[in-house]
Ligand binder design. Structure first.
Ligand code: NAD
Ligand code: MG
Length: 386
């Protein structure tokens, strides 16, 4: 029987890689639903190739443009449409939307009892306790796609969480690590998105350049693996071959290695607990010149500290951090603010926003909305002319 899949965010970097995986293993998967925001040209191509019975287009105007001629595909419009397809019964729902827009679809997919392959890290940052509690209640597995968390998940197989001493998330450092702060002053969105080892969507590429991504990943790991903040460390590993490590109480460290290609963690999350027999490629370790690890010096990367600060505060603080960062990254990509203003804006919003202790859908949505408004006001007050 094929594995029945829905892919939320099918036109993005992760969504396209997931469809490459489907293409690579004919007969192994059946695509039940695809969803995206507005790239209807690519979506139309995907529909013609994979013939899913359902498609969701979150942007209403784009939905009207989608050419469904000759297809037996039902169209679901708007953000509600994305939630509707998330709730359709499948073997695995791959959540690969970027940002907070994925929160409600992720929750709907879990409520519907669908196993989750989770790439979309922002919902976990915003509402980790809510998502994991909903998953526990519905007995749903949340399988990490993010390469570091996928690695940790693999290293934990067959081990008790009680035996874990520490999780080591690896970080390449992004394009600016080790370079002087001056080098980042006039960075363009294109330069920031030019990651040394991974090819990814725009938002996560900018997050990798500020190292906010690593901060979001620490919070993501806390919730996925039920670990306190002080048991999660970050280690610099520029080659991105060791995707992360788990250190056990007896001193043993397990590491997961693999090609630097998101198709591998995606495949693992889609097929777990099985492993496929024919790989999409293999890593030849003799071709890897060296693997190096270094203690990080993050003094030049305030975003990571802000993320950890929000995690320590708890409640809706990470929600506020995430919302401010989303606004800041979008403003940077639209050339409204300079690169080095991203942390300044996040810091301002985090320091001036009310924080609720309780993490419910209501408190999270309220904190998210309020933080976005504050961030927008900050930009308008300072950068009208940029
Ligand atoms: P992307 O920008 O390439 O794609 C995002 C997808 O989400 C697109 O299909 C887009 O149509 C859809 N989308 C955006 N806004 C939407 C909205 N409001 N409603 C509905 N759909 C919407 O992003 P990506 O790089 O593929 O990343 C997706 C998620 O996976 C992010 O949370 C990212 O942090 C995470 N992730 C990505 C990578 C990677 O290599 N790209 C690695 C690890 C984790
Ligand atoms: Mg990652």
């Amino acid at each position: 029987m094929p594995i029945r899949l829905s892919i939320l965010g099918s036109t993005g970097s992760i969504g396209r890689s997931a469809l490459d995986v489907v293409r690579h293993y004919p007969g192994m998967f059946e695509v039940v639903a695809l969803g995206a925001f507005s790239n209807t040209d690519l979506l139309a191509e995907q529909l013609r190739e994979f013939r899913p019975p359902h498609v969701a287009v979150a942007d209403e105007a784009a939905a009207a443009r989608l050419d469904l001629s000759g297809l037996n595909t039902r169209l679901w419009r708007g953000s509600n449409g994305l939630e509707e397809i998330a709730a359709m019964s499948v073997d695995v729902a791959l959540c690969a939307v970027v940002g907070a827009a994925g929160l409600k679809p992720v929750l709907r997919a879990i409520e519907a009892g669908n196993r989750i392959a989770l790439a979309n890290k922002e919902p976990l940052v915003m509402a980790g306790p809510l998502i994991m509690e909903t998953a526990r209640r519905r007995r749903v597995d949340v399988l990490p796609v993010d390469s570091e968390h996928n690695a940790v998940f693999q290293c934990l197989q067959g081990h008790s969480r009680d035996d874990v001493h520490r999780i080591h998330l690896t970080a390449s450092g992004g394009p600016f690590y080790g370079k002087p702060c001056e080098a980042r002053r006039n960075v363009t969105p294109e330069e920031a998105a030019n990651h040394p080892t991974w090819d990814m969507g725009k938002k996560i590429s900018v997050d990798s350049a500020t190292l906010m991504n690593k901060g979001l990943e620490v919070i993501e790991a806390m919730w996925l693996f039920g670990m306190p903040l002080d048991k999660i460390g970050v280690i610099i590993h520029p080659q991105s071959i060791v995707h992360s490590m788990v250190e056990f109480t007896d001193g043993s460290i397990l590491a997961q290695m693999g090609p630097t290609d998101m198709k591998f963690p995606i495949l693992f999350a889609l097929t777990w607990p099985e492993r496929v027999r024919e790989p999409m490629g293999r890593l030849d370790l003799t071709q890897v010149e060296k693997l190096t690890f270094a203690k990080p010096d993050f003094s030049e990367f305030p975003c990571l500290h802000l993320a950890l600060k929000s995690a320590r505060k708890g409640g809706t603080a990470p929600t506020v951090l995430n919302a401010a960062n989303e606004v800041a990254v979008q403003a940077f990509c639209r050339k409204r603010i300079p690169f080095l203003e991203i942390p300044a804006l996040v810091e301002h919003v985090l320091a001036s926003s009310p924080i609720e202790n309780e993490v419910s859908l209501e408190s999270v949505l309220a904190a998210d909305g309020c933080a976005r408004e504050r961030a927008e006001r900050y930009i308008e007050a300072r950068f009208q002319t940029v």
